[in-house]
Design a protein around this ligand. Structure first.
Ligand code: FES
Length: 338
């Protein structure tokens, strides 16, 4: 029988019973606690936490999400941490978005296909508009489909939520959206979630990198930046396979007319590295990156190698269900540092 341990979540002053083969994040979610998270597979750092007491085993993760120095200082990733003793843990809450997690019914009011493999949905919710920070995401459940996470593309506070859903070959939910979803269909939303949201108080260059439907959270961030009249330079790199894969160019043009110092660079094929290597002023920059795990890893590595502080790189990697199932499950033991 699998051993279980008591894990104290200091932010909530509550105790969880967590099995040794379960991560702290999964147990917190199962108990309905609003533990911050993003990718859930050790790539983004959104669930970075301090291990206050006890010992956990850390499943594999990227150095971007948690460096060796972080581990030595007693930080862990809740989505990768399985308890090996009774523990006490606290998430790093200084810059979390802090919106209440809601589960609410809604309805599809508009459905467009701007490219053959992208669906653009607008959804209305029952009751109050969803409070969220630009760049966050929500879990959407359509009838008969497994829930999936998608980012809001609109500015917070608007009555309709916009989502961009790419058709993934063999993906149950995205195939349903591409082939069978109709305007008027119901949807259940759970959110908001995610830590890769706009840090409006940061000054200095903003670099936004989108790949495919990673454009959705980036658009939300830029809409918000325009609303707040942020004055710093903003550079948007929008990576796509071909010119035909670019979409929502009208929204980007509208943003360009509202932002003070904005340059938009569509990037076709594999030219992203050359553009990022030409960037100056990354020492004080804030980067927002959204797209496939490969694009996120590549863009963040390219910018940190040119001086970007990884603490100011906010990444939203779009994982398919098979990406998550493929996550390797061997790891290292981390005791709490004293
Ligand atoms: S690293 Fe844990 S949620 Fe992304």
């Amino acid at each position: 029988m699998t051993e279980s341990y008591s894990v104290h979540i200091a932010n909530l002053a509550t105790d969880l019973t967590v099995a040794a083969d379960t991560t702290v994040l999964k147990a917190a979610q199962a108990a309905g606690h609003p533990y911050p998270y993003g990718c859930q597979v050790g790539r983004c750092g959104a669930c970075k936490s301090r291990l206050l007491a006890g010992e956990v085993e850390l499943l594999p993760h990227t150095p971007f999400a948690l460096t060796a120095a972080d581990r030595e200082r007693g930080f862990v990733l809740a989505c990768r941490a399985q308890p090996r003793s009774d523990c006490s843990i606290a998430w790093l809450g200084s810059d979390t978005a802090g919106h209440p997690l809601r589960e609410v019914s809604g309805r599809v009011v508009s459905l467009q296909r701007p490219t053959p493999d992208v669906s653009l949905l607008q959804i209305t919710l029952e009751g109050e508009p969803l409070a969220f920070s630009a760049g966050q995401f929500a879990e959407l459940s359509f009838a008969g489909c497994p829930p999936r996470n998608y980012s809001m593309a609109n500015e917070p506070g608007e009555p309709l939520l916009e989502f961009h859903i790419r058709h993934v070959e063999g993906g149950a939910t995205s195939s349903h959206v591409a082939a069978r979803l109709r305007e008027g269909d119901g949807v259940l939303l759970r959110g908001p979630m995610g830590d890769a949201h706009l840090r409006a108080r940061r000054t200095g260059l903003i670099v936004a990198v989108a790949g495919g439907t990673g454009l959705a959270p980036i658009l939300s961030i830029l809409h918000r930046a325009a609303r707040l009249q942020l004055q710093q330079p903003i550079r948007l790199y929008n990576a796509a396979r071909s010119a035909e894969s670019l979409y929502r160019e009208n929204a980007i043009a509208e943003l360009a007319s509202r932002l003070t110092d904005f340059v938009y660079q569509p990037v076709l094929g594999d030219g992203l590295g050359a553009h990022l290597e030409a960037l100056d002023g990354l020492q004080n920059a804030t980067a927002y990156v959204a797209g496939s795990p490969g694009l996120v890893d590549f863009a963040v590595a390219a910018m940190t190698s040119r001086g970007l502080d990884p603490a100011h790189a906010y990444a939203d990697a779009f994982f398919t269900a098979s990406d998550q199932a493929d996550a390797d499950l061997s790891g290292v033991s981390v005791p709490a540092s004293s």
